[in-house]
Design a protein around this ligand. Structure first.
Ligand code: HPA
Ligand code: ZN
Length: 367
């Protein structure tokens, strides 16, 4: 059996995609301090109650509400195009060190426009960070614009309209923030319009929320999403699991985030979904806050569940399969991952992931 550091370096070396990371959730205490100083602002109040110091300091919260109460006030340090650029570049620099080849990153424009930062400042800044990372680090990335679900549908629609001149820089839309009493159906008209404008669609269905199965149903049937963020409570309703499989809709799960904002990391649920053939993926959510980037989330799944190495590879195969990239880039990344599997796993470790993926492959070979 492999020892821990071998497993860690094997996960680190795996080519990976990240599909659920909030750029504002990448604001580390260090970067927040730097930006506050640069903008001649007082440091956000959360920094004075930090535990630890320097690179090891971390924010203090214990559930979704206390997390969001720290999360939004911290964003006041983000003021200029350069600040947004630096934030995106800082995440992508770290992601590249984890061998992440492609990232699809959420951002919350309303968290900035509502305090007077113009929409173009936000998008131009993030876009500049992505371009620099792409050019200097070889990592690719795209932007998913989230609406704040605890704000009105009218405000979301106005934000959608504001985004249209930047359509080429934004691949899709999502829904985040406080889910309680803010069901997906509230945004049905906004999603319809977003789809007509050519955006791909996703939606947070946070873990263990009141009415979560109703919310998941609404996201799938009324919003017609292309994928779901979190959403692993779906396991409780088999017809919804079947719907995910028949429509090839993947889930972007975040085990470490789950363990901070709920009582559990939900690893066994993620494993069960993987083994029934749902395209589940593993992601970091808000790495500066949950103190775990993608490798640490993969390691959590590897050490706290009975997933085999072939299944850990399958999690990343799912990520490239449900990522919003061109088919030729998808093929390129999947070939990279296959090569990694072949060169690092023994024959008996490979190809024993039951009920997953290439159901038709055997038939084609047999024909
Ligand atoms: N849930 C809802 N909204 C969020 C989250 C989350 O985990 N992270 C950032 N915004
Ligand atoms: Zn999230």
């Amino acid at each position: 059996m492999a020892n821990g550091s071998d497993l860690e370096s094997w996960i680190a070396g795996m080519p990976k995609a990240e599909l659920h990371v909030h750029l504002e959730g990448c604001l580390t205490p260090d970067l927040a301090r730097t930006l506050a100083t640069r903008n001649k602002l007082p440091p956000p109040p959360s920094l004075s109650s930090l535990t630890g110091s320097g690179n090891t300091s971390s924010y203090d919260f214990h559930d979704l509400t206390s997390f969001l109460a720290v999360y939004y006030p911290n964003m006041t340090v983000l003021q200029t195009e350069q600040d947004f650029r630096d934030l995106a570049l800082s995440y992508l620099t770290h992601a590249a060190t984890q061998n992440i080849k492609h990232a699809e990153m959420f951002f919350d424009p309303q968290a900035h426009t509502s305090r007077g930062v113009p929409f173009p400042t936000v998008v131009r800044g993030y876009r500049a960070g992505i371009m620099t990372a792409q050019r200097t680090l070889g990592i690719s990335a795209s932007l998913i614009m989230c609406f704040l679900r605890d704000q009105s549908a009218e405000y979301a629609m106005a934000t959608l309209m504001e985004s249209l001149p930047f359509k080429d820089s934004i691949i899709g839309v999502g829904l985040d923030s406080d889910e309680r009493d803010n069901p997906p159906a509230k945004f049905a008209a906004v999603y319809q319009r977003a789809s007509r404008e050519g955006y791909l669609l996703t939606c947070h269905c946070d873990i263990d929320q009141p009415n979560t199965l109703t919310h998941i149903t609404q996201a799938l049937t009324e919003l017609q999403v292309d994928r779901l963020d979190h959403g692993s409570n779906v396991l409780a309703q088999p017809d919804l699991v079947d719907l995910l499989k028949s429509k090839n809709i993947g889930l972007t799960c975040c085990p470490v985030s789950n363990s901070v904002v709920t009582a559990d990391f939900k690893g066994p649920d993620i494993v069960a979904l993987l083994r029934t053939g749902v395209k589940v993926t593993v992601n970091s959510d808000d790495p500066a806050y949950f103190r775990a980037y993608l490798n640490e989330n993969m390691l959590k799944m590897a050490t706290a569940t009975d997933l085999s190495r072939a299944e850990l590879i399958q999690l990343q195969r799912n990520a490239f399969e449900i990522s919003w990239i061109s088919s030729w880039r998808r093929s390129h990344f999947l070939a990279l991952l296959d090569g990694y599997e072949k060169s690092t796993l023994h024959d008996h470790d490979q190809n024993h992931v039951e009920g997953i993926g290439n159901g038709a492959a055997g038939e084609v070979l047999a024909a």
